[in-house]
Design a protein around this ligand. Structure first.
Ligand code: DLL
Length: 435
């Protein structure tokens, strides 16, 4: 529900809207309970806590969180499949297929699913969804948390969820025309794909909640133009719960409200120390209320900056910026550090360039990485486009890239799953013909 002054109703006012000093008390109590739960497992995290001198939840305060040991994806893999499980009452398992075919599996208790449904309901409510809404859910259903995360949240809020999952675009368009949803949920790249397939036909859609892969303000402008909706960002990861860890609302001024009553957030620098608000750092989450596989100080590898709530607005949660990238996706080109999202921002700033592009880190000569970027123009290639993009990239990022303007339709589209916009070329044929 949106009032005349643009305020979007809170789904859980006691959680989203309490005074921050009251929330801190809840967080500290939950942190201590979490530490006790983890210590009781005797698992890797418990051993690390004991090694750090923590033998009871009463030994910790929120203030010394940054002194507690961290845990990362390699630790989860080393304890595959369920070595970090902390409860016998598991009701489902989700995860991600991950890189190199190593899945990350996360067991959930009924209480975890309840938390997930609530934070996802907040995300949908923040986009303007009410009980009267219909949500067209184009995230994949399965092990991936996108489809079922939105589904649980939508049902908790009381909307009508259409569980379309990914792919079969013609059928999706038919359902959008016939069932008249007001909210669209899918990856940002699939939103573009749907928008293009709609070919300018009007729809009932008002807002979309897009995430699971990096996307920039420039991509947002393209989606909003193509679909005639407000495009909001949603962030999450299986290890922490899935989508809903943080989400934009119509009134959060471009940043994402972190569900910090359940997921305590820190941003740290390369030395592991906290960075000040406004400075990009690696996000570290502590799952305050999780019981299936609780994690203390999980290093996500995702880079964003943090900020306080929007002054004067009902949501009092801390916010995070759109993701800048992942620590392992950062490209180092002749000493200059670049995230692929910075490249996207430059490319899509040019109105001739469509959102279908591929950044290729050419590492065939390991002593000298080169960046090759395949782009597609919206219409007939403009002979000056290639030089203009090389110039804009050099001006804004300080690096010279090889830009190749390909025919529209040359860069593969992603209908199911996450778009791959970064490829590494170490030997043999190029990852994309024509590069
Ligand atoms: O992608 C959960 C999700 C589903 C989020 C649907 C939003 C919407 P995983 O498959 O475990 O979980 O992948 C998590 O995806 O660590 C980020 O690197 C990336 N990611 C997720 N959301 C965003 C976003 C889901 N909004 C990994 N922007 C995370 C950029 C994102 N990257």
């Amino acid at each position: 529900m949106i009032s005349d002054d643009g305020v979007v109703a809170l789904v859980e006012p006691d959680a989203e809207g309490v005074a921050p000093q009251l929330r801190v008390r809840v967080q500290e109590r939950r942190l201590r309970q979490l530490v006790d739960r983890v210590l009781a497992t005797g698992n890797l995290q418990a051993e690390r806590l004991r090694a750090a001198g923590v033998t009871s939840g009463m030994d910790v305060t929120l203030g010394d969180l940054s002194r507690l040991p961290t845990i990362n994806k390699a630790d989860i893999w080393d304890n595959y499949p369920f070595g970090l499980q902390a409860s016998r009452d598991i009701v489902c398992v989700h995860g991600s297929s991950g890189t190199g075919g190593r899945p990350t599996l996360i067991p959930y208790t009924a209480s975890d699913v309840e938390v997930w449904a609530r934070v996802m309901a907040r995300a949908l409510g923040g986009a303007g969804a009410t009980k009267a809404s219909t949500v067209h859910n184009g995230y994949g259903y399965g092990l991936f948390t996108g489809g079922l995360g939105v589904h649980h949240g939508g049902m908790w809020l009381g909307v009508t969820v259409i569980p379309v999952s990914g792919g079969m675009t013609e059928r999706q368009i038919r359902l959008i025309q016939d069932l008249k949803p007001d909210i669209l949920t899918c990856t940002p790249s699939y939103a573009i794909h749907l928008g293009e397939a709609l070919k300018g036909q009007e729809t009932s859609l008002k807002a979309g909640v897009f995430g699971a892969e990096p996307w920039t303000e420039q991509m947002r402008a393209q989606i909003e133009g193509l679909l005639g909706i407000r495009a909001l960002d949603i962030y999450g990861l299986s290890e922490i719960i899935g989508p809903g860890v943080a989400c934009e609302s119509l009134d959060s001024e471009g940043m994402l409200n972190v569900a910090e009553d359940h997921f305590l957030v820190e941003a740290i620098g390369p030395d592991g120390d906290p960075v000040p608000d406004g400075t990009p750092g690696e996000l570290v989450f502590t799952t305050l209320t999780k019981t299936g596989m609780p994690l203390i100080r999980y290093r996500t590898g995702d880079v964003a900056s943090l900020a306080g709530p929007v002054p004067g607005k009902p949501r009092t949660l801390r916010r995070m910026s759109k993701l800048k990238g992942r620590t392992d996706d950062m490209l180092v080109i002749r000493g200059v550090n670049v995230f692929p999202t910075e490249i996207e921002a430059v490319l899509l700033q040019d109105e001739r360039v469509s959102p279908h592009y591929l950044v290729v880190e050419d590492r065939r000569d390991p002593r000298r990485s080169e960046l090759r970027i395949a782009v597609e123009p919206f219409s007939e290639a403009d002979p000056g486009l290639q030089d203009d993009l090389v110039h804009a990239l050099r001006e804004r990022l300080g690096i010279t890239c090889m830009v190749k303007v390909l025919r529209p339709g040359s860069v593969p589209r992603t209908e199911v799953g996450k778009a791959r916009r970064l490829a590494r070329w170490t030997e043999g044929e190029p990852p994309l013909a024509g590069l």
